[in-house]
Ligand binder design. Structure first.
Ligand SMILES: Nc1ccn([C@@H]2O[C@H](COP(=O)(O)OP(=O)(O)OP(=O)(O)O)[C@@H](O)[C@H]2O)c(=O)n1
Ligand SMILES: [Mg+2]
Length: 397
């Protein structure tokens, strides 16, 4: 198979491959970029594989960065773009199921491709646009199959994260899992426990935000991969709701909020849960606020002040998770009520602590209480949001 019209992202990288070829080496586009090109999906980065050793690559290009030199990866800067160039390699001895103990550079593309994870990721393309397909990746692309290259047990032993990648690609691409690959996942799921939480989380989020995440999640559960990730062990019955959600989440905040709700994590435990997945403080705070508002909305009609305290982003996110969970809420009414509030966030208040101090009020808890009273009165529309009106209000108090 030959690609006649290469997209511009490949055309700008062509000179890099040509420089390698002119020096007598082989060079190919490899990995996800070829898969996404053939699937007509957006291409985000281009990986190049070459027979040249890292030191040889560095001699050919004036500007390079040693990104992963031990593993054979050099980043080349060319005409303002950067490209990762990796020497053909095989990896032997994966004692810890994560990173190879030893990378052996090889001079043959075939040796390199046969240690890649899935057939659809083991395609290469040369400078003429010819697709090199040594493992029937093209046929699996047509059949919508995620199938390990060669023996799936070996591929997953080499890098257990590949098991998460399998369900992640199912979700992103809407593909099915090939039978032997699925059997290997079921058998080797305990190996996932060896992988760092950060790497698992990144794949989990990609799975959760993929177009087909509910179907991929069902496979994540029934292959028992879910037993190996933070706080999911023994919770299959709760998580089994996920495949039946009304919609797939498309915001990361919604994904985590929905998961925390399905797991029935008490509010005060949300931060621990989020930290166990090594989520950022920002993400943790957002999810805590969403779940707080969700609980409020599920219990009663929120007051204006509760809407004000939640803020616009939290309100929109909460409406989003109610939609995903299929929980009927009067979102339009809530949004209209929020939009009608005299002030939308604390920073909109016309006065601050300093203003009160200047009026002779002593710093301390009293001052905090007074500010809260002012805020409540302004949000309720009982007090105009201006320094003059607030000063007058304080004199009356
Ligand atoms: N655990 C892994 C990770 C990557 N690869 C190989 O390295 C390529 C590039 O890896 P990466 O960029 O992580 O994944 P992509 O397949 O490119 O997917 P994405 O679109 O997420 O970048 C993959 O296509 C695959 O050939 C692999 O064999 N095993
Ligand atoms: Mg990639």
């Amino acid at each position: 198979m030959k690609i006649d019209k290469l997209p511009s992202i490949f055309l700008s990288a062509l000179p890099v491959l040509e420089i390698l070829e002119q020096a007598g080496y082989e060079a190919y586009f490899v990995g996800g970029a070829i898969r996404d090109l053939l699937l007509k999906r957006p291409i985000h980065d281009i990986d190049i594989a070459t027979s040249a050793y890292p030191e040889e690559v560095k001699k050919l290009f004036p500007k390079t960065i040693d990104t992963g030199i031990k593993h054979g990866t050099v980043t080349v800067l060319h005409h303002g773009e950067s490209y990762e160039i990796t020497t053909f390699r095989t990896e032997s001895g994966y004692q810890d199921f994560r990173r190879p103990d030893k990378v052996t550079f090889v001079r043959s593309l075939a040796e390199d491709l046969k240690r890649r994870d899935f057939t659809i990721n083991a395609l290469a393309m040369n400078t003429s646009g010819d697709i090199i397909d040594l493992f029937d990746g093209l046929s699996d692309l047509h059949k919508h199959l995620i199938k390990a290259v060669g023996n799936p047990l070996e591929r997953f032993h080499e890098d257990a994260l590949r098991m998460m990648r399998a369900v992640r690609f199912m979700s992103q691409l809407g593909f099915k899992l090939e039978k032997q690959t699925a059997i290997a996942l079921k058998e080797l799921h305990p190996l996932l426990a060896k992988i760092s939480v950060e790497r698992i989380r990144d794949e989990f989020v990609k799975m959760g935000l993929g177009n087909d995440s509910r179907r991929a999640f069902a496979v994540f559960l029934n292959t028992h991969l879910s037993e190996e990730v933070p706080n999911f062990a023994g919770k299959k019955n709760l998580l089994a709701v996920y495949p039946n959600l009304k919609f797939n989440p498309d915001l990361e905040t919604s994904l985590w909020s929905v998961i925390a709700i399905l797991l029935k994590i008490p509010n005060r435990q949300i931060a621990n849960f989020m930290r166990s997945w090594k989520n950022s403080n920002l993400m943790t705070n957002k999810v805590e606020k969403i779940i707080t508002l969700f609980d409020v909305i599920s219990a009663h009609v929120p007051t204006d002040f509760e809407l004000f305290e939640a803020g616009e982003e939290t309100l929109m996110n909460t409406i989003d998770i109610a939609r995903i969970l299929g929980q009927p809420i009067s979102s339009e009414i809530l949004v209209n009520r929020y939009r009608a509030l005299p002030i939308k966030k604390a920073a909109d208040l016309a006065v601050d602590g300093r203003f009160l101090i200047n009026l002779g009020i002593k710093p301390g808890p009293e001052l905090g209480n007074l500010l809260l009273t002012i805020k409540k009165a302004v949000v309720a529309g009982e007090l105009e949001n201006s320094p003059e009106a607030i000063a007058a209000f304080l004199n009356v108090e």
